[in-house]
Design a protein around this ligand. Structure first.
Ligand code: SF4
Length: 336
């Protein structure tokens, strides 16, 4: 944290979306040196690099340093046992803010930055952006006074950067509520362009991902490794212990091949183009046959008689068997 003669440097938490980009620009306009910090991991849509690239583009445009933090295994505890509960899906937003801000707080102390800024707007999100929650997050992270929200700062108590005159409170904002119009007007004023539509970044707010997460929690338990599979393909619960993940297209097939380990059995059609399927759990012969039938359903063999399937492992072992493509009833029964 800065002394009197040191240069003021702020860490701005950047998602790649509009609000955090505005927070960065507001401070930059005030002559504050900023460094963008960004979290990425399995809970974000796309593979890491896609999500990261929005933050990267923004940081490059502003000519600022970007530091990326990975969401680590310890996030599983936050996800399965949040102290402040969930939002409308599997999103433990208050605990998640505490988790990320604690890590950024440690980085601030290590790196000698003066304070942290976020793009939060009071009242924009029902769970984490109400005033009592903003206060609670500050307290729980030990960052009281060092957390500046430039978009709604005028609605909050002055922070240390304002009190010390590092930041001019008069040039901060009093935006509140769910409308994005004020931010869009501000974006024009500050020359912020190329920002994505709101939402879409965090999969924990996605109802389909939530169903998959609940199924995983019930049958396998949550691990980061298992969560990577939830982002890919169509999912089918075959039995208490076994799930099949069927690629929807070439991208899914490639992604499945990337993340599969030699623990999992994989299936593909022998002579016909189609999906790759990964079996998670402890598949019985019956599960493998059912997964083969589901795989064939999503190939050009749909509606045909018997087709040949290849069962294999990333390690190399291979065997063939025949199945009849599954009908709609089986698909509807098993689909997660
Ligand atoms: S939306 Fe997702 S990333 Fe954002 S605070 Fe909530 S849980 Fe965390």
């Amino acid at each position: 944290m800065a002394g009197k003669t040191e240069k003021i440097r702020a860490l701005v938490m950047i998602s790649g979306g509009l609000d955090s980009s505005l927070a960065a620009r507001i401070l930059q306009e005030q002559g504050i040196e900023i460094e963008a910090v960004h979290f990425t991991g399995v809970i974000h849509a796309g593979v890491y690099n896609e999500y990261n690239s929005r933050a990267r583009r923004f940081a490059d445009k502003l000519g600022i340093k970007l530091t990326t933090f990975r969401i680590e295994d310890d996030f599983i505890k936050v996800l399965t046992n949040p102290s402040y509960g969930y939002g409308s899906n599997f999103n433990p937003c208050v605990d998640c803010r505490i988790y990320t801000l604690k890590r950024v707080g440690e980085y601030m102390r290590r790196s000698g930055a003066s304070f942290i800024a976020t793009g939060e707007v009071m009242g924009q999100r029902p769970m984490s952006q109400r005033k009592p929650m903003l206060d609670l997050v500050e307290k729980e992270t030990g960052l009281t006074g060092y957390l500046l929200r430039p978009l709604c700062a005028k609605l909050l108590k002055p922070t240390i950067p304002e009190e010390k005159g590092w930041v001019d409170r008069e040039k901060l904002y009093d935006i509140s509520g769910r409308s994005r119009r004020p931010q869009m007007e501000l974006a024009k004023k500050l020359g912020v362009t190329d920002y994505p539509a709101p939402a879409g970044g965090c999969l924990l707010t996605d109802p389909i991902f939530t169903i998959r997460l609940k199924d995983l929690l019930k049958h396998e338990g949550l691990t980061m490794e298992a969560m990577h599979f939830l982002k890919v393909g169509r999912h089918f619960r075959l039995s208490e212990n076994t799930k099949a993940i069927v690629g929807r297209d070439q991208d899914d097939n490639s992604r499945l091949e990337e993340i599969v380990t030699d623990k999992e059995i994989m299936l593909k059609l022998k002579d016909i183009p189609g999906p790759i399927t990964v079996l998670k759990g402890q598949p019985t012969d019956q599960d493998i046959e059912k997964a083969g039938a589901i795989t064939a359903h999503y190939s050009k063999a749909k509606g045909e008689g018997s087709v040949s399937m290849v069962k294999y492992r990333a390690g190399g072992e291979e065997a063939c068997f025949s199945v009849k493509p599954a009908g709609e009833k089986v698909i509807a029964e098993c689909k997660i």
